[in-house]
Design a protein around this ligand. Structure first.
Ligand SMILES: Nc1ncnc2c1ncn2[C@@H]1O[C@H](COP(=O)(O)OP(=O)(O)OP(=O)(O)O)[C@@H](O)[C@H]1O
Ligand SMILES: *[C@@H]1O[C@H](CO)[C@@H](O)[C@H](O)[C@H]1NC(C)=O
Ligand SMILES: *[C@@H]1O[C@H](CO)[C@@H](O)[C@H](O)[C@H]1NC(C)=O
Ligand SMILES: *[C@@H]1O[C@H](CO)[C@@H](O)[C@H](O)[C@H]1NC(C)=O
Length: 463
């Protein structure tokens, strides 16, 4: 960095501060980064964490594999190049690029990591993860070993594991890793740069239309299907909760994956293979390799059921899907089906929904009760509120076509007409705005207004 001092922006300074800010405050106790002086219990623990990462290197066809044939050597060579080699096909940002990021406020923190909002020099928004020096993981280690540098190192392995997993397991529902920086000397520092999301909050989600809640559930099911058949085997998420996920443009993304395992639990009999939940236990078989068969997949699926499906799926669903959804709830809640069949069931619902086939009973003639004004919209909207709406100020719902909208309007007491907007939902359905007043129409080429014809033939009603 020397010689570039003049270029060092305030932002760069803050990025540097991020990297060095966890240096021990009571540095008298643990100032030197000397692994030999670390208590041997801590050293063993660090080695255990390190060993846990080896499978991600071993499965690698490229240059990184050569480095890991010898454990001792690996320990000395886990450096930036080594992590980077894993993602050789993807252009990731490295330490040099990340020197010029700008840091903003905290996005959250947990047991292990602290997450900040930031921006790349080109303005792109990012999330930056680093070790949470105030987190429980760090506190616990300090209580046990009192060695801040050693503890930072220990906790860092979780972030390194996350970086490795995010490179090895890529899926649309996995947060995208944009870069990382790893420094071994003078003291170990790790930073991961991710696409920016917003927290997944269940309460507001409960108030969103079913289509959006279904989107989250099907994304999760697709992710779990991928994890069950990942290149590393069946991945189990040991700490599976809504707060491990964020939303990026309405799409669910797993952001916390440091508690994942790629190993099935060891067993000597079926008794070792009980999957315990607060209100329910399941047992799986112990196979010939002395592993609990399919335990990771089943744990993931039941967690999806209890944390996501029960809240998001059945509630206010289209009536045509109610029995299908009840069946999914029953089968996943009892683990009677596996992720394969769960995915099939979800994809079928999505297909029916997108194609409008669920509307088989819809009378297409319901449109004949409406007069059409193409190229117009309603001035000042003339809306009423309904729930759950895409817009809290008015009644904005998604429909397959005009006929479905007409049927909805006819079933709302206040509704005298509706506007077909050019907006589409993620499934491609039209957003329609419903009105209690359609007196003033103004030209707007991308909209169409449908006005309900008066039922009793009183002349001169409305328009
Ligand atoms: N990409 C992101 N965009 C926005 N916010 C994020 C992102 N990643 C994480 N966060 C927020 O930061 C919080 C902490 O991140 P993370 O879950 O990775 O840390 P942790 O220490 O492993 O937490 P936990 O104790 O829950 O395991 C998350 O709950 C989330 O709200
Ligand atoms: C689940 O199993 C544990 C012991 O394995 C037992 O203590 C608990 O009561 C069981 N819970 C239920 C709901 O059956
Ligand atoms: C689940 O389905 C089974 C039949 O497969 C049925 O006996 C049971 O009552 C259902 N449970 C619920 C809660 O719907
Ligand atoms: C489940 O799906 C995966 C991937 O599509 C496939 O490899 C596997 O054979 C399927 N298993 C069953 C039991 O259908």
């Amino acid at each position: 960095m020397h010689g570039r001092g003049a270029l060092l922006s305030a932002a760069a300074v803050s990025a540097l501060i991020l990297l060095v800010s966890y240096v021990s405050r009571d540095s008298g106790r643990a100032q030197t980064d000397n692994r030999d002086s670390q208590p041997s219990a801590l050293r063993l623990e660090i080695r255990r964490r390190h060993k846990e990462l080896l499978p991600f290197y071993n499965n690698q066809g490229d240059g990184a594999a050569g480095v890991v044939d010898n454990f001792a050597r690996t320990f000395e060579h886990l450096d930036d190049w080594n992590i980077r080699a894993l993602g050789a096909s993807v252009a990731l940002l490295g330490c040099d690029d990340l020197r010029y990021i700008t840091l903003f406020e905290s996005l959250g923190s947990g047991y292990t990591k602290a997450v900040l909002r930031g921006a790349l020099p080109n303005g792109a928004a990012i999330a930056i993860k680093s070790v949470n020096g105030q987190g429980i993981d760090m506190q616990r280690c300090l209580d046990d070993f009192g060695d801040s540098e050693g503890c930072y190192r220990l906790v860092s392995y979780k972030l390194i594991k996350e970086i490795l997993l995010l490179q090895r397991l890529q899926h649309p529902s996995m947060i995208r890793l944009k870069g990382h920086c790893y420094r071994r000397e003078p003291d170990m520092r790790v930073m991961a740069v991710l696409e920016l999301g917003s927290p997944l909050e269940m309460i507001p989600l409960l108030q969103t239309p079913w289509e959006e809640r279904f989107r989250i559930c099907i994304s999760l099911v697709r992710l779990l299907h991928y994890l069950a058949h990942s290149p590393h085997g069946s991945v189990g998420l040991l700490d599976f909760q809504p707060r491990q996920f964020v939303l990026v443009d309405g799409e669910l993304k797993l952001t916390d994956i440091d508690d994942a395992t790629i190993e099935e639990r060891m067993c000597s009999s079926e008794r070792d293979c009980i999957l315990e939940f607060p209100t329910k236990n399941f047992s799986v078989s112990c196979d010939v390799t002395r592993r609990c068969q399919g335990l990771n997949e089943k744990r993931n699926l039941y967690n999806a059921f209890r944390y996501f499906f029960t809240y998001l799926l059945p509630h206010r669903s289209p009536s045509a899907f109610q029995s299908r959804l009840e069946k999914i709830m029953n089968q996943t809640g009892n683990l009677n089906i596996r992720i394969n069949e769960t995915l099939e069931a979800f994809e079928e619902i999505l297909y029916l929904y997108k194609s409008g086939q669920y509307l088989h009973k819809l009378v297409l003639s319901s449109l004949k009760d409406y007069s059409v004004h193409k190229g117009f919209r309603v001035k000042d909207d003339g809306g009423y509120r309904c729930w759950p709406s895409y817009d809290h100020q008015r009644c904005l719902l998604s429909v397959h076509n005009e006929a479905e909208a007409a049927e909805m309007c006819s079933s709302h007491k206040q509704c005298v007409g509706f506007t077909l907007t050019p907006q589409r939902t993620w499934t491609g359905r039209h957003l329609v705005s419903f009105h209690s007043d359609v007196d003033k129409l103004i030209p707007d080429v991308s909209f169409s207004v449908y006005v309900r014809k008066p039922v009793s033939s009183g002349p001169g009603l409305q328009r």
